[in-house]
Design a protein. Structure first.
Length: 681
């Protein structure tokens, strides 16, 4: 048995190397950068070392594995990817040698739009017309989706999807020819453009002010233009040391004068974190790395687009977060493995990262981080405003709840709709207590609890076998809701949140309302069916107990026949509503399901994001009529036959308590063969 480990993952052989496994099932990709698109659900993109570019959905499909959803988008193993914000089918992707492609997903084809399509293989950078790094930047303007910037030794721009390119700067690097000679030797040269230096390594245009463009190089220079590239100014931070790489510049989405630069010198055996911040468009810079490990050099830094001063940094050993524009940092590791993080990006309410060796990761709710308040007392409970949730697939409304260590008191969580009506309520338990349909278990400290949009589940029959599994409660329709956390009578917190419809669908509010109405009817019908069965079993058990006492007292002569007749009538109704012979999940193959399972199965036909079909309504009306007939018969028995039997028991003077004599004290009372145990409460 052999394992070959490489920069694409690992391959396994069980036959001494004659055949090897593939790497398609291993999330071990080494990504250089990460970006996302504006589709729904959004997709994540990156170039994976020794492999291809990759595009994968941020959210799995309901049916089928992720392999179905993973595909290449042009380019190759290295470089940037940039997706058209208005048309996610259009993707720009780079590769070494200055290769640049535009991919059209609708056509399934990729076109070469390289700025200077002269193959440089084998040549040193010093003899080339243009120098493109292994991971040269490709950036779409935040103000015009048809404007694309690309970095070589200078900055290029296209406004016609790569049909033509224009340089918008001079050489912005040091252009040190001693750092551009042929690489490798003395036996074998190694020139594929990964070895090229003195190039523009990062580009960023201000999202706040058009024409403010930043450029950083792999040989330690930072330039900015404030007039749409008419003039460039060298604003390189002082004190970075020799040959730092400006790995990434982040132009603040809140202030055109503010930018952050992630800088590395690990190629010079300097692993210190280096993040520089300017608040005056590069005139002065501060190094802001307090709290980051001394050997965790930084490749990327991003500012939250909704919360000024909230920063995320990708380092050699994980992710860090700052709530004060970099003045101090703390780890945001959570369950993330100890892994190099090459890039981070914020998409809506998610933090998306690229790693070297562990593929993409998503922190899927930034609500709590955005609401961080260092002044909040840790001795008080808290519930944070949740992000909007989409009613689709496996999505949930994510509620973040903090319970202090000294938490005491009756605690409840309630969901209310826009009208203030209660949708669902749970008792909150902690410690060794167990959760359930009406209880949720939380721990002391921070909790994330997910609500699946469901109303209360239908009534159940204890121990019953169902086919299919009994459905959950109806799903809440898109709209405004409120979560209420209360502790005793002294503390409560309300947070509003939205359930949004799936934007890919054309389902209207009326469609959702019609579906909810029918699912509620199914829910109520199923609950009525199961309540009837539970009532029947309770009454039959009590009949058996009364008959047993009468028999022990020698008073059963006048009760046996009426009892048998009443139990027979109850059993006929029960067996019409539920299949009593099924004791295991395979039994429905032999014993046909009854009304309850037919009604329950219909809920799955109606559930989803569509209005109920006419045929679903027709089937339900048929089943409900059959159920109503049985419920009517049961009501007659309960209102007429049961009181008559009770009167007969009274007339027979069956004792409420029977004291057995010594001869029968150790005997178990005999019961009818159809008698069932009383249900547990």
């Amino acid at each position: 048995r052999m394992i070959n480990a490489n920069d694409g993952g690992a391959n396994v052989s069980f036959n001494a190397g004659r055949t090897w496994s593939t790497q398609t099932n291993q999330p071990t990709s080494q990504f250089y950068r990460v970006t996302t698109d504006n589709s729904h659900p959004y997709r994540v993109y990156g170039a994976q070392q020794d492999n291809s570019t990759a595009s994968v959905s941020s959210r799995g499909r309901q049916f089928g594995g992720w392999e179905r959803d993973l595909y290449s988008v042009g380019g190759c193993e290295c470089g940037y990817i940039a997706v058209h914000p208005d048309d996610p089918d259009i993707v720009y992707a780079g590769c070494y040698g200055g290769y640049l492609s535009i991919y059209d997903h609708d056509l399934g084809e990729s076109r070469n739009i390289s700025i200077w399509p002269e193959n440089p293989m084998g040549a040193g950078a010093d003899v080339l017309k243009h120098r493109f790094q292994w991971t040269f930047p490709i950036v779409i303007s935040p103000h015009d989706p048809e404007t694309v910037y690309v970095g070589a030794e200078r900055v290029f721009r296209t406004i016609d999807r790569g049909q033509t390119w224009e340089p918008i700067s001079d050489d912005l690097s040091t252009n040190d020819k001693t750092k551009q000679r042929s690489s490798g030797g003395p036996i074998t040269q190694d020139n594929t453009s990964v070895e090229y230096y003195c190039t523009v390594f990062t580009i960023a245009e201000s999202p706040v002010e058009p024409g403010v463009i930043w450029a950083g190089t792999d040989d330690g220079l930072v330039h900015v233009t404030s007039d749409d590239a008419e003039t460039w100014t060298n604003v390189t931070p002082a004190g970075m040391g020799d040959w730092p790489m400006i790995s990434l510049i982040e132009a603040s989405p809140h202030d055109a004068d503010t930018a952050y630069a992630a800088v590395t010198r690990y190629k010079s055996d300097d692993f210190r974190p280096m993040i520089y911040r300017t608040r005056d468009r590069g005139q002065t810079w501060d190094r802001v790395v307090k709290g980051i490990d001394n050997d965790a050099f930084v490749r990327s830094v991003r500012e939250d687009p909704t919360t000024p001063g909230l920063l995320y940094a990708g380092t050699e050993s994980g992710v860090y977060v700052s709530h004060n524009a970099g003045d101090s940092w703390q780890p945001l590791q959570l369950n993330l493995p100890r892994v190099p993080v090459t890039d981070v990006t914020v998409k809506d309410d998610d933090l998306v990262i690229a790693t070297q060796g562990r593929s993409f990761w998503i922190l899927d709710d930034l609500a709590v981080i955005r609401q961080h308040d260092a002044e909040r007392p840790v001795s008080e409970p808290a519930m944070f405003d949740p992000a909007p949730a989409y009613r689709e697939g496996w999505d949930r409304a994510r509620l973040h709840i903090y319970l202090p260590e000294e938490h005491k008191g009756d605690t409840r969580l309630t969901i209310r709709n826009a009208a203030g009506d209660e949708v669902r309520a749970w008792t909150v338990v902690t410690g060794d207590a167990k959760g359930g349909d009406d209880k949720i278990k939380l721990e002391h400290g921070m909790n994330r609890w997910n609500w699946n949009f469901r109303y209360e589940n239908p009534e159940k029959v204890p121990g019953a076998v169902s086919w299919p599994r009994h459905p959950p409660g109806p799903r809440a329709v898109p709209g405004s809701y409120t979560a209420v956390l209360s502790v005793g009578d002294d503390w409560s917190r309300e947070v509003p949140f939205e359930i949004l419809p799936d934007p890919r669908r054309e389902t209207t509010a009326a469609d959702y309302a019609a579906q909810f109405e029918m699912l509620t009817e199914i829910h109520d019908a199923l609950s009525s069916a199961h309540e009837a069965v539970n009532d029947i079993r309770t009454v039959r058990a009590q009949i058996g107990v009364a008959l047993s006492r009468a028999k022990d007292a020698g008073l059963d002569e006048n009760l046996k026949d009426p009892a048998d007749e009443l139990k027979k009538s109850l059993k006929e109704i029960e067996e019409t509503i539920i299949q009593t012979k099924s004791k295991s999940s395979q039994d429905p193959l032999n014993f046909p399901i009854r009304l309850n399972d037919k009604i329950g199965a219909l809920a799955y036909a109606v559930d989803g994001d569509h209005p109920p079909t006419a045929q679903s309504r027709a089937v339900f009306e048929t089943l409900r009529a059959q159920l109503d007939e049985q419920l009517g018969a049961l009501e007659t028995l309960m209102s007429e036959s049961v009181p008559a039997f009770n009167a007969l028991v009274l007339d027979t003077r069956v004792p409420a308590i029977f004291v057995p004599d010594e001869d029968t004290a150790d005997d178990e009372p005999e019961t009818d063969e159809d008698e069932e145990e009383s249900p547990e409460w």
